[in-house]
Design a protein around this ligand. Structure first.
Ligand code: 26Q
Length: 808
């Protein structure tokens, strides 16, 4: 590795400023300095990327291709400097040139090319794949606009466009020589020539895909991988001379399609809508990616027959499912293989990760859309579907099973079933979730091919989510574990358990948390003008807004607490600050109402003198990766309260745990594994278990019974109807819980059934907080046992059990 000195960095920064912006350091803006810094680090990474590629090719290594519609990268400057081992030098160089290094890092926009968990997971995995020296490439779309920015106006969410590329493009290297062409629509013509059947797509609309590469540096290695982001351009510029021949319209159509495809990230999280543009986005990035992989493979090996020995394609949920028919198309139409050979290679190359069991998130595309937009792909899907159906019939002889497992059924294409048929592995993202896939959602498929179904519990990049963002805790860990070994081996964190009875260690831990709370309060004051009470418990729920995540349950408990305080001003002895952060999908009306409710309640409590220094509710605007990075180290309580069986894994829960927050949660997703290592005594569990949820639904859940039985619950619920001092009534939410609305059942996510148990868990938690020694002990145990949630562990499992590639 190149140890870059502060002075060398200073010189490079000045020179980049000069050549790119024509400015001396003292004239440069923070944005320009940020871009200059990016260019300097990019140069180092580019050289290493070339070396990495050479080694991969020379040693004929198997490569991993990670396809995802989303990569929620956040900021990269500090991360890259950290991994390259030049962070202290870069900070010093920036200061020498007259800047505050913190301001330069903050000038970088988040690359928000993702919605939430699934996108952030992909970003963490890029870091680990690189750190473990795995030759890997990420592929996605170079969206012009990332996830919308959220403003709160009069308590309500307003969405603003996110032009992240203005500064964020500093990390992108265009590779126009590796552009690909992707075809849509047209008609399929088959003809025989030289004894071969040829297939051509005529009158198609063609879009050019241009790759922009973002380099990814690993920690403690020279290995550099890339994230390849495809931008869309019209294949044929509009030529007025074509007008008379009717070609003008086609060119204009190509222009319009190209402009639309890479324009914007769909802001829906855990929800599927059958929009034509979304399908085009999927095929666009899948086709460009497969062509790019195949071209490079042919370059090295001269044949595609060994494709599966040298490549593995991991798909992040079903969004890139079209890789399966697209590989078949390339193998058959372009390389002239027969069906069986093409199928054999495809089904040994693709692996699928499922991230959700919510019915509304499972992708099903209308057959007519496929047929019209992707005629050749549709033919191939139909053939796959027919052969798959035959297999099911031969295995089960049961029409009900055929119907459930079919790929094309009722004029729809079911993407998950296509993945199961065409993939070599299917995995869930936590133990519980994988069990639900095996025993419920994909039960019949699992019975037919049990070896395909696996579990890989999610993990997070602990270098970013602990070491980089929480320097105080990082220092303590290094002191106690005798160095920085934990950075390459998160299981070293276990050593912290030995200090659970060491008062000085526990005091240091408490002091670190206190400082982080103050830093966060300063940040909140500066950016939002909110005054946080740092003597209060910081009790946090940050994640996308979705009914199954039950932010509304949290709100009901706060209302109950507030009402207790009304009856008895001494009801709260421990000050309590509830922090929320959440974006709602723009079309998800109920989610937006819940955001407004949180703001109404916050306003009410804020204006009630009884609550002063006791109770506070804050809605943090525009929750995003960079905000999470200041919030996680300051958090004391992590709310993970989804209805059991609904949250596939959760990864925010892991970030809180690593930073020493205590969890109030249900036995859902990865909380179950958290509980396995922590035990009842180090976690505040509550609520129905997944099997009890299923049983209650089975017998017929009537939320009104809980409402009638529990006066506290009834009073809190009733407050929704009356509303608060801003005069807004939330009767719609009240009705939704008691009556159901618009086809959805009453209280679909069982808030009322879990309410009493939840309140009791919050009370236990608050009582524990009154005993700082015990609290800090639990906090230390959380950090010590969080090592299993490192992405390095998860990636090693993918490498060993699914990809079959060597790793560090
Ligand atoms: C699909 C079709 C059309 C439009 C949008 C979508 C779409 C987009 C995003 C469907 C789902 C998503 C995102 C899902 C997601 O983030 N799931 C989360 O994945 C995490 C990583 O595995 C888990 O930890 C979370 O539990 C899971 O909710």
């Amino acid at each position: 590795m190149t140890p870059l000195t502060t002075q060398a960095l200073e010189e490079s920064l000045s020179s980049k400023l000069m050549t790119n912006f024509g400015k001396a350091p003292e004239e440069a803006t923070e944005g320009e300095m940020m871009r200059a810094s990016a260019l300097v680090l990019r140069d180092i990474m580019a050289m290493r990327e070339v070396e990495t590629r050479k080694r991969t090719r020379l040693n004929r290594k198997k490569q991993v291709h990670y396809l995802s519609m989303e990569f929620l990268m956040g900021r990269s400057l500090m991360k890259n400097a950290y991994n390259l081992g030049v962070l202290p030098q870069l900070k010093e160089a920036l200061e020498h040139l007259g800047f505050k290094s913190g301001d330069i890092f903050e000038a970088e926009p988040d690359a928000a090319l993702g919605n939430g968990g699934l996108g952030r997971l992909a970003a963490c995995y890029l870091d680990s794949m690189t750190t473990l020296d795995i030759p890997a490439t990420g592929y996605s779309i170079c969206y012009e606009l990332g996830l919308f920015k959220q403003k709160i106006v009069e308590g309500q969410q307003v969405e603003l466009p996110d032009h992240w590329k203005d500064l964020g493009a500093a990390w992108l290297l265009p590779k126009p020589a590796e552009a690909q062409r992707v075809s849509f629509g047209g008609t399929i013509r088959e003809f025989w020539n030289d004894g071969h059947l040829h297939i051509v797509n005529e009158n198609a609309t063609t879009v050019t895909a241009i790759p922009y590469d973002m380099e990814i540096a690993g920690y403690g290695t020279d290995h550099v991988n890339v994230l390849r982001l495809w931008d869309a351009r019209p294949a044929n510029p509009v030529d007025m001379n074509l007008f008379g021949r009717g070609e003008y319209l086609k060119a204009a159509e190509e222009q319009a399609m190209a402009e639309a495809i890479a324009k914007i990230l769909y802001p829906e999280d855990n929800h599927m809508e059958g929009k034509s543009l979304r399908l085009k986005q999927q095929y666009f990035f899948v086709s460009a990616t497969i062509q790019s992989i195949c071209t490079k493979h042919l370059d090295t090996y001269g044949t595609l027959k060994n494709f599966h020995e040298k490549n593995v394609i991991q798909i992040n949920d079903t969004h890139p499912t079209l890789v399966i028919p697209e590989l078949m198309r390339v193998f058959i139409d372009d390389a002239g293989m027969n069906w069986d050979d093409a199928w054999s290679i495809t089904t040994q190359s693709v692996a699928y990760t499922n991230h959700t069991v919510l019915a509304e998130a499972l992708e099903r595309w209308p057959q007519t859309l496929m047929e019209r937009r992707l005629p050749r792909i549709w033919q191939i899907i139909l053939e796959i579907s027919n052969r798959w159906q035959k297999r099911i019939e031969d295995f089960y002889h049961d029409p009900a099973k055929t119907e459930k497992m079919a790929i094309v059924w009722g004029n729809e294409v079911r993407m998950a079933n296509l993945c199961i048929a065409g993939g070599m592995a299917v995995n869930g993202v936590s133990g519980l979730h994988s069990d639900i896939l095996r025993n419920d959602v994909f039960r019949d498929a699992c019975n037919m091919e049990p070896q395909k179904f696996q579990n890989v519990t999610n993990g997070i990049d602990h270098r970013r989510w602990l070491s980089e963002i929480n320097p105080g805790l990082d220092g303590l860990i290094k002191d106690l574990t005798g160095g920085d070994a934990y950075l390459s081996d998160a299981s070293v964190l276990q050593k912290l358990d030995a200090f659970a009875d060491d008062k000085t260690v526990l005091d240091r831990l408490a002091e670190i948390k206190r400082k982080n709370k103050e830093l966060f309060a300063v940040h909140a004051k500066r950016s939002r003008g909110v005054l946080l009470n740092t003597d209060a418990i910081f009790d946090v729920q940050v994640k996308r807004l979705h009914e199954y995540k039950r932010q509304l349950l949290n709100v009901l408990h706060i209302i109950a607490l507030y009402q207790r305080l009304q009856d008895n001003p001494n009801a709260i002895t421990q000050p309590h600050t509830f922090l929320f952060g959440a974006k709602a999908a723009p079309g998800y009306e109920v989610a937006k109402r819940i955001i407004r409710l949180i703001n109404s309640l916050a306003d009410q409590i804020d204006h009630d003198p009884i609550c002063r220094d006791k109770l506070q509710v804050v809605f943090l605007e525009n929750y995003r990766v960079s905000l999470a990075e200041v919030l996680m180290p300051a958090s004391e309580v992590s709310q993970q309260i989804s209805t059991a069986g609904k949250e596939a894994s959760g990864t925010g829960n892991m970030k809180f745990m690593m930073n020493g927050a205590l969890t109030v949660g249900t036995l859902d997703g990865a909380n179950v594994e958290m509980h396995d290592v922590l035990g009842d005594e180090n976690m505040f569990l509550f609520g129905l278990h997944a099997d009890e949820v299923a049983a209650l639904r089975q017998e017929g859940y009537v939320p009104l019974r809980w409402y009638n039985r529990d006066p506290g619950l009834r009073q809190a619920m009733d407050a929704l109807r009356t509303g608060f001092r801003d005069g807004v009534s939330y009767d719609d939410l009240y009705q939704r819980l008691l009556q159901g609305m618009g086809g959805s059942p009453a209280d679909e996510y069982l808030l009322l059934a879990d309410f009493a148990s939840y309140c009791e868990a919050e009370d236990r938690m608050t009582a524990t907080y009154a005993d700082p020694y015990r609290w800090n002990q639990i906090s230390l145990h959380n950090i010590a046992r969080s090592g299993i949630f490192a992405a390095d562990r998860a990636i090693a499992q993918y490498a060993d059990n699914i990809w079959h590639v060597p790793h560090k």
